[in-house]
Design a protein around this ligand. Structure first.
Ligand SMILES: Nc1ncnc2c1ncn2[C@@H]1O[C@H](COP(=O)(O)OP(=O)(O)O)[C@@H](O)[C@H]1O
Ligand SMILES: [Mg+2]
Length: 342
């Protein structure tokens, strides 16, 4: 009877992120973790055909000939392209989900706090179109807090900061509800852009977003005295227009990142100022938990510690915490009733 559970328990959790889409399936854990990118080809009639989704599509960003486009349908924490979002969702779900299942799945989708009601409806419709029996939505910081194992159902304040690609979502959670939240359109993408701008200004070199992201991941840091790390960066000379290589250092990248990072710090501070004193006292004890890919930036925990004087911890799997938390909510009817978006 070992096949029996897989035929029935096929609930699916989806984290529809601006940078990464993750899928978890009951009993199997996280089964897919791919960039939220779709490459499409436009034919002369204006019809769009999907060429690639996920990693393969991300490789194409900034490298496509005319007629082909690598699209990030969830830019800035909003649905920028409904049709492509739906195509992407369907592709990932179909690939991850066993079609042998007898029952249509229950699906939970995590969405950024800043998406509109129209977008929420679109996400619901898309999830239904993939064959879901029931669809639930959960806000990203709530899912992240559950996935990071914060005791969110207790009458005590928990603060979670999710630094994603397009957004940073900050929330204070108590009794399974969001007491205060802030959604900032600043995240990893703005950091990449800050690096692009810096390299252009300082080195007269035009580089792509993908290159900037690699620089950020490799030598990006928030540490006050960064280690003497360097990296060679290739791009196009802004004046001569020819390819050129320059060496950039961790120090200058730290400088370049300071503006978006300060915006995140200000938003965290702002939310702390608005938090009722009892809950603030809890946060002083328990600290702030960081999740999202941005939490992997070297020294970001230390920076927030210095700037807020609070304990700061990084979730165990910062990128996976959101989908893991959503899956946990879907599995617990009582919790789901409290945390699902109506
Ligand atoms: N090691 C790292 N250091 C710094 N930033 C990182 C690292 N790994 C991933 N990121 C950044 O995290 C962001 C994506 O985070 P993610 O949680 O997947 O976003 P989203 O939830 O919006 O899809 C990207 O901007 C990516 O460049
Ligand atoms: Mg995410």
């Amino acid at each position: 009877m070992s096949w029996f559970p897989s035929l029935l328990s096929n609930d699916i959790a989806i984290d529809l992120g601006t940078a990464t889409t993750l899928i978890a399936i009951k009993g199997r854990g996280i089964v897919s973790r791919e960039p939220s990118v779709v490459a499409v080809q436009q034919d002369p009639q204006g019809q769009r055909r999907v060429l690639a989704v996920g990693k393969d599509a991300k490789e194409m960003i900034g490298r496509t000939p005319s007629g082909i486009e690598a699209i990030r349908p969830m830019r800035d924490g909003k649905i920028a392209d409904f049709e492509i979002t739906e195509a992407m969702l369907r592709y990932f779900v179909q690939r991850a989900h066993s079609t042998r299942s007898l029952m249509r799945p229950r699906v939970i989708v995590c969405v950024p706090c800043r998406i509109t009601d129209v977008d929420k409806k679109a996400v619901r419709d898309s999830a239904e179109s993939t064959g879901a029996r029931e669809v639930y939505l959960i806000e990203e910081p709530m899912a992240a807090a559950i996935g990071a194992h914060l005791p969110i159902t207790e009458p005590a304040g928990n603060m979670i900061v999710v630094i994603g690609g397009g957004t940073t979502e900050i929330a204070v959670i108590s009794l399974a509800g969001i007491v205060h939240k802030e959604s900032l359109a600043v995240g990893g993408d703005k950091m990449d852009q800050a690096i692009v701008d810096h390299v252009r200004r300082k080195h007269n070199l035009v580089i792509g977003d993908r290159t900037a992201e690699q620089v950020k991941i490799k030598i990006g840091t928030c540490l006050k005295s960064p280690p003497p790390m360097h990296m060679e960066v290739k791009g196009r000379d802004a004046a001569a227009g020819v390819p050129r290589t320059v060496t950039v250092g961790a120090h200058e990248i730290r400088e370049a990142l300071s503006e978006p990072l300060q915006q995140i710090v200000r938003a965290v501070r702002g939310l702390l100022e608005r938090t009722p004193p009892e809950l603030s006292a809890d946060i002083v004890d328990k600290g702030v938990v960081l999740a999202g890919g941005g939490a992997l930036l070297t020294g970001i925990d230390q920076m927030l510690r210095d700037e807020t004087n609070l304990p700061v911890l990084i979730a165990e799997d910062p990128v996976g915490a959101v989908v893991t938390g959503a899956a946990m909510a879907l599995d617990d009817p009582n919790l789901l009733r409290h945390v699902a978006v109506r």
